[in-house]
Structures are given as C-alpha cells and as structure tokens.
Ligand binder design. Sequence first.
Ligand code: ADP
Ligand code: MG
Length: 371
Amino acid sequence: MSVRVVARIRPLLKQELDKDVIVTSESTEGEGTQPTIVRIPNPKNEAESFSFQFSSVYEQETTQQQVFESEVAPTVKHLFNGYDTTIFSYGPTGTGKTHTMRGGKSLADRGVIPRLLSNIYRRCRKIEKDTSGATHVSVTMSYYEIYCDRVFDLFEPPEKRTASGLPIRDNHGKTVVVGLREVPCTTLKEFETLYDQANINRSTSATKLNAHSSRSHAILTVKITQTTEDSVLVSQASAIDLAGSEDNRRTDNNKERMVESSAINKSLFVLAQCVDAISKKQSRIPYRESKMTRILSLGQNNGMTLMVLNLAPVRSYHMDTLSSLNVANRTKKIEVCEVENEPIYRSMVKPLATTSLAAAGGTLSRQPLRP
Ligand code: ADP
Ligand code: MG
C-alpha cells in the first residue's frame, strides 16, 4: 500500500481577492466528479502548464467537515482494528496546514485533529457499551515539536525546556523521543484543554509571509489501548503539522529567522531527499540527517499514511507551489507497511498485571506486516 496523497487548495484571503489565481483543479471523469488533477503554469513559459495527479484534489470551497469525512474518518476503523495511522500536512507557509490539522475555534472550523479525537472518543464509548464494559479503551497522548532540529515536549511549559531539547533514540527499529510525557486523556473536553495549552507553548513567530507562521513541526501521537480480560491491543494515530516548505529568500528573514528557516528548510530538504531516494528505490535513505525525517521515517512503519498537500492558488506562491507539488508527486509512490499490532494475550505473558501487560503491548506488539 502506498502513501495516499491529496491536495487541498485554500480559498483566497481578504488581501488576495484581486490577485491572479494560477492553480486550478480538474477531474478526469467529467463535470461534477471529484477532481484529481492540479494544474499550474510553467513559470518559464506561461503558454505551457504542468499537471499533477493525486488521489483527490479539494477545491477552495471544501469544508473542514468534508476533508475529515472523506480522508480521516475512514481510517478510524482501522485504528481500532489495531493498525497504526499517520496523517501529515505539507506545503509552503500560509497555505492552510495548521488550518487543516488544527483549524479554528468554531465547531465548523475545527480541523482534522479535534474531529479525529471526537470520533475516537465516540467509538470508545460505543465499544465499551457494546461489550457491556468487557473491553476497556484508554486514550493517552503525547505532543511535541521539532524546532531548529531540537525536540520539545509541548505538554511542558516553555520554561522547563532545556536548550538542547529531548534526545531521540532507536527502539526496535522505531524512533522514540526519550522523556516525553504521555498523558491520559479520557474526554474530548480534557483533550481540548490540553491541546489548546500545548499550542500556546508551540513556537510561533511573525514573518512577512504569515503573521502566525509556525516555525516548527508539531507531532501529536494518540495511543489507543483496548483491554479485555485476557488481551491488550495497542495502536496509534500520528497527526503531524509540518513547518512551511517555503524558500527563505522570499520572506525577508532577519538573521535569527534565517537560522530557524534554514533548520526548517534543512529538515524539509532532507525529507525531499528521502522521498526522492525512496521513490528511486535507492538503498541509502538519508533519514538520519534530520530529527524530523528520523521520526517521520516515511515508508518505514507508519501504517496507513495520508499526506495533505496544502496549496495557495495565487501567483506569489508560484515557485514554492511547484516545488511542493514535485515532492508530493514523488511521495505518492512511496510504499508503506501497514502495521498490524497483534493483541497480547495474558496466556502469552503470564503472570502479568494489567499495567505491565499494557506496557508490553506498547513495545512488543509492533510487527510490520507484508504490504
Ligand atoms: P500554514 O499553517 O500552512 O502556514 P495556516 O493554516 O496558518 O497556514 O493558514 C494561513 C491563513 O489562511 C490563515 O489565516 C487561515 O485561517 C487561512 N486559511 C487556510 N486554509 C483555509 C481554508 N480552507 N478556509 C479558510 N481559511 C483558510
Ligand atoms: Mg502552520
């Protein structure tokens, strides 16, 4: 199974209403069907255009609800069946990555992350009800950012950060962040409080492109543990809001911003190199050259993987749009392992208390299946 790549074109912002729209979508099946093609002019010769095909292309007027229902809701069933899932947004700054993942405050504006959690909690309650409490489902989460190639726990206040951030290491072929908080979270309300505070902790800073441009990659991991009298099944969903892939020559960055920007661009550059190497089936994939690529480990054990390529349709983004389209176009060829986490049975690991059984499930049950 390969990475599912979809594009989402955001509407024009107020200050863009008189700007030239150069990114358009088309469907191959005719009028009224879901578009799958993004078209953009060749910057060297505007008489020509390039087209890129994705699994779906969401046009300007697509709602948050539609993106969630079509792309993310179908993955929840797999998650509860023991498969891991990964969703990440990619694209230049100001194209709607954070809007897609986190979204706004109002119910209608909520992005895929709060909707995913709402869906997860609903399913937890349904499972517990349907099994008359014989299956207990618990949800824990961790949330961290990678900023200038350093990892910071977003559940900790910024003053508790050490300059070098948290170390990462390999654990049975999986990259883990050492010392990260894993917080139990039993209701949507609890999640919202935790998530809002964490987002305040996230490093943001103004640039010319976007007043609240996120300069870091933010990674939320939601772990689901389903416990019955004799088994424990653990699976996890990761939702990643990447920093902007823009070229820092356009942003008039000062020196500090340049340092940030080059660290961001380096990790995204390494990501593009990884994507390139994987799609060319090269033996050496440069994952280890940045923390973000080590953690994302695209094409390794991500489970079902969705990339949302966020695009702004106006001319000022022309070159950045084109380069992100090229990365996304290669990403869709990447094969991912669906990780089916097998339940751990009490009879297999006797004698163990529930808590240590759950802990065993967290580390021992991750076995990649053949795709
Ligand atoms: P990014 O995270 O990619 O830098 P943002 O999510 O911050 O971009 O979006 C940039 C601006 O565009 C924000 O003001 C956001 O509210 C707006 N925006 C993005 N996508 C949409 C959308 N689909 N509908 C309405 N506004 C959007
Ligand atoms: Mg953002």
